[in-house]
Design a protein around this ligand. Structure first.
Ligand code: PSU
Ligand code: MN
Length: 335
């Protein structure tokens, strides 16, 4: 692993000829088309554990200023657990791995004015020199390009309800089928069709395991009524699965689903009824496609008087702590 990281770094350095007009912000190295912050660069070079973090959760997933506070706290939690945080976003057309506090603030303030950037949008955002907040799919893609194998988020996209008719299936699922990165999440929201999402992940060859539970978690609640395909018991166990996936040279990713901590799941049924109402409103207002998830998240937060946001923040923090422990275990295995 250390060798391949060095190979990637040197490849970026040698292709850096056309590089250097990438934005200034981080003061990081410009390695061709991608900018890696000095801290993340250093960590890649020495095999220090790293945790990738996404940015759509900042721009579209939470309101300002809680989004900025959460983004900063996640980085602190990752560090406290012994890993280096690498928040990923596209700034002025340049994919950035590792953001400064000022850059986090720019994204947090842009909110939904930042472009929600899935994998298919990365080239468009680069070409237009726009700023883009990366979803799970785009964050995975960019993390894999610089060889970061562990990525923490809140919830992933999935097969939408009625997806069998609309074909609204998040590209997070196909990216998981194509990109060998482990995504640590709290499962899938019940705004989505959880059983179909699990079926689709199987078709995409994605390794799926629930953390210390037999049931697949549903983001705001610990249970979904769906049995998880597998169960993992500890950060070390997760790291061994990721390490085996790397040795196997699997092209597909891993989804580790961590249930929301029990003390934050109490409002689950309140949130569930808000979700039903928000889904109904989305249908009435004909909100579809990539606008649906942000609409539902914001509406559910309003309807629950902020309870869903508090739960959301709590579960992402929990994921960050477990994800960092997984990254630390993985780095030890790869020494
Ligand atoms: N689910 C959440 N919060 C989020 C998202 C999903 O609970 O912020 C974001 C993630 O960035 C995810 C994206 O990758 O929404 C999926 O969007 P879509 O359903 O349009 O593929
Ligand atoms: Mn979609």
């Amino acid at each position: 692993m250390a060798d391949s990281r060095l190979a990637i770094l040197s490849r970026h350095f040698t292709s850096a000829a056309a590089a250097c007009k990438a934005g200034s912000g981080s003061g990081g190295q410009n390695l061709g088309w991608i900018k890696i912050s000095p801290e993340v660069s250093e960590a890649l070079k020495y095999g220090t554990p790293i945790v990738a973090l996404e940015s759509t959760i900042i721009s579209h997933g939470m309101p300002y200023p809680q989004n900025l506070e959460t983004a900063k706290e996640l980085e602190v939690i990752v560090r406290e657990n012994g890993a280096v945080p690498a928040t990923i976003a596209i700034l002025d057309g340049v994919p950035c791995i590792g953001l400064t506090t000022e850059e986090l603030e720019i994204l947090a303030r842009l909110g939904s004015k930042a472009r929600k950037t899935a994998s298919r949008d990365i080239a468009l955002v680069m070409a237009g020199r726009e700023s883009g907040a990366t979803t799970v799919s785009a964050t995975m893609y960019l993390a894999s390009k610089v060889d970061i194998p562990v990525f923490v988020t809140g919830g992933i996209g999935g097969v939408h309800r009625h997806g069998e008719n609309t074909m609204d299936v998040s590209s997070d699922l196909t990216e998981l089928g194509n990109t060998p990165v482990a995504v640590i999440s709290a499962g899938i929201k019940s705004i989505l069709d959880i059983p179909r999402t699990l079926e689709y992940l199987e078709t995409q060859r994605v390794t799926v395991a629930a953390y210390r539970t037999d049931e697949f978690p549903a983001f705001f609640t610990q249970t979904s009524g769906c049995k998880a395909p597998a169960r993992v018991e500890s950060p070390e166990h997760c790291a061994r699965v990721i390490d085996a996936n790397i040795r196997l040279e699997q092209k597909s990713g891993i989804l580790i689903a961590v249930p929301i901590p029990r003390e934050h799941s109490a409002s689950g049924s309140l949130i569930e009824s808000a979700i039903q109402q928000a889904l109904q409103e989305a249908r009435e207002k004909k909100i579809t496609g990539n606008a649906e998830t942000p609409f539902l998240l914001a509406r559910v937060n309003e309807l629950t008087g902020g309870a869903s946001l508090a739960s959301n923040i709590a579960l992402v923090k929990n994921n960050a702590s477990i994800g960092a422990k997984i990254a630390v275990s993985l780095a030890q295995l790869q020494k």
